[in-house]
Design a protein around this ligand. Sequence first.
Ligand code: NAG
Ligand code: NAG
Length: 286
Amino acid sequence: MASLKTLLYLGICLSAWIITTADNNFVPKAEQVHWVSLDFKTILTWTTKPSNYTYTVLYSGDEGNWRESPDCIRVSESECDLTNYLVPFDRTYSADIQTEPASMHNDYDLDLFPHTYSLTFNPYRESNISAVKFTVEDAGEGRAIVNITDPLTSVHQGGKQLSIRDVLRKDLKYKISYYKSGSTGKRDITSDTSMAEVSELDAEQSYCFMVAAYIPSRKTTQLGAWSLQQCTHGHVPQEWSLGAWVGGVFILLTVLIILVTVTVLCCKCCRQRNKTLHTPQSSALV
Ligand SMILES: *[C@@H]1O[C@H](CO)[C@@H](O)[C@H](O)[C@H]1NC(C)=O
Ligand SMILES: *[C@@H]1O[C@H](CO)[C@@H](O)[C@H](O)[C@H]1NC(C)=O
C-alpha cells in the first residue's frame, strides 16, 4: 500500500515537473491551421514561432486511425503536402499537428506536447479549381465552338497525370458566360462536356467568352476561377483583315489623288482656253 502511494506521488511529481519545465521552456503550438487546395493538390499550412521544436503531421480519413504523413515527420517548415495521402478524394479528412522536441528520445510521452487539430477537409468537395484555358471558333450560322482544356492535377495514377475530369467525371460541368461586343447583357450556359456549342448568335457580331469549371453537386466552392476572355470577330471584320483595310484605304487615296489632279489640270486648261478666247475679243473692243 505504502509503495503504491509512493509511486502515485512520484507520478504526480514527475508530471508536475514535466509540465513546469514545459512551461518554463516555451513549447510552441501550431496555430492558424488551414487547408489550401487547388486542382486537388492539398497542402496543410500553419504558423509557428521560432524555436528548437519540430512538427509531425498525422492525418485520418472518415475518423479512422491516425497515420503519420511520411513526408512530414519532424519537419521545421510550417506546411505539409498531403496530396498523395488524401485518397480516395471523396472522404472527410482531419489532420493533427504535433509539436516534438528536435532531439527526440523514445521515452518522451508525445501526449504531453501540444497538438493542434485542423478543421475537416474533403478534397473532392472543397478543392478550388483554377482558371481554364480554352479556344473559341466561329462555326458560322451564328454558332461558336468552345473547346476547353481540363486543368491537370498533380496526382498521377498508373503513370498518367490525372486531369480534373478524371477526378470529377460527370460532376464536372463548365459555365460559359458570353456577351455581344459593345453590349453589357451577359448570357450563361452550362456545358456537361469540355467541348460546347453556343448557338443563336448574331452572325455579324463579335462575341466575347469566359469559362469557369462548375460543380453543381457541391454545397460550396461550386465555381472555379474564371478564365481570361476570348473573343470571336464576327463575319464582317473577319473578311476585312488588316491587309484588306490598308489596301482599301490605299485605293481610295489613289482615286482621290487622281480625281484632284484631273480637276486641277482641267481647270488650268479651261482658264487657259478662256484667256486665249477673251484676249483677242477684249483687244478688238478697245
Ligand atoms: C479557395 O479559394 C478561396 C478564394 O480565393 C479561398 O478563400 C479558400 O481558402 C480556398 N480554399 C482552399 C481549400 O484552398
Ligand atoms: C481542342 O483543343 C485541344 C487542345 O488545345 C486540341 O488538342 C483539340 O484538337 C481541340 N479540338 C478541336 C475539335 O478543335
